[in-house]
Design a protein around this ligand. Structure first.
Ligand SMILES: [Fe+2]
Length: 243
């Protein structure tokens, strides 16, 4: 009777099967890990959005005239950024920064924020501290990108007349220029304690007149196109809105 030999091929096949098994386990483990990571990221994102919503509510309690202001600025700024084909990361940082750009105003006394008349120089100086105040609190938070810097720079103007640092054109982040234009347009289109809403025509006239002087020409052009030709409309900010 012939001796049965274990062929090296069969032994290799067994080894191969073992390896395939190991690989399958490792792939399953990787899949599970990816799923857990995805769930964790979704949870973090939800927590961030809820935190932002709470910060907005607190700021609005202090300054009721600006209810919805930051959310509307965020809607317009995000639309401008998308229209300018900025990267997803930049669009996201513009969205987050504009949602909370004025939170530093909680450090300004309510009587000043809600004053119906013209502010004195010292009152205005206090209001102008709001970008820096909030910047100091959030500069160490690991936001996607540059959120703190966008907030710090949203009142800078390209001829250097803005605040807090009087930065000029190249020194200002494009993201901050976008939030700055959206901020001006939304503010002029809304009622304030010291004046009625001025309307969209006046808001667009303001950015057109100061195009290249205070505001970035490309941002102004895209903003005007969005509002005049592309039918951009602010979404209603109400009870059902996340913010
Ligand atoms: Fe502001």
């Amino acid at each position: 009777m012939a001796k049965v030999k274990i062929s090296p091929l069969i032994s290799d096949q067994n080894e191969l099967l073992e390896k395939i098994n190991e690989l399958e386990h490792s792939l399953n483990y990787q899949k599970k890990l990816n799923k857990a990571l995805k769930q964790h990221n979704q949870h973090l994102k939800k927590t961030l959005e809820r935190t932002i919503a709470i910060m907005i509510k607190i700021a609005e309690m202090k300054d009721p005239y600006t209810v919805g202001h930051q959310v509307r600025v965020s809607q317009l700024a995000t639309a401008i950024a998308k229209r300018m084909n900025l990267s997803e990361k930049k669009v996201e940082s513009i969205r987050i920064a504009s949602l909370i750009h004025d939170i530093g105003k909680v450090s300004v006394p309510s009587e000043i924020l809600n004053k119906p008349g013209r502010l004195t120089n010292s009152e205005y100086a206090l209001v102008k501290t709001h970008p820096e105040i909030f910047y100091k609190y959030i500069k160490d938070i690991d936001f996607p990108v540059k959120v703190a810097d966008i907030i710090l720079q949203h009142h800078e103007r390209i001829n250097g007349s803005g605040y807090p640092k009087g930065l000029k054109d190249d020194q200002i982040l494009l993201e901050a220029k976008i939030v700055g234009v959206a901020d001006v347009v939304e503010s002029m289109n809304s009622k304030r304690p010291y004046r009625d809403a001025l309307g969209m025509d006046k808001a667009l006239d303001e950015i057109s007149r100061n195009d290249g002087e205070l505001y970035d020409p490309e941002v102004v052009e895209v903003c005007k196109k969005l509002l005049r030709e592309n039918g951009f409309k602010f979404e209603k900010v109400g009870n059902n809105h996340p913010y």
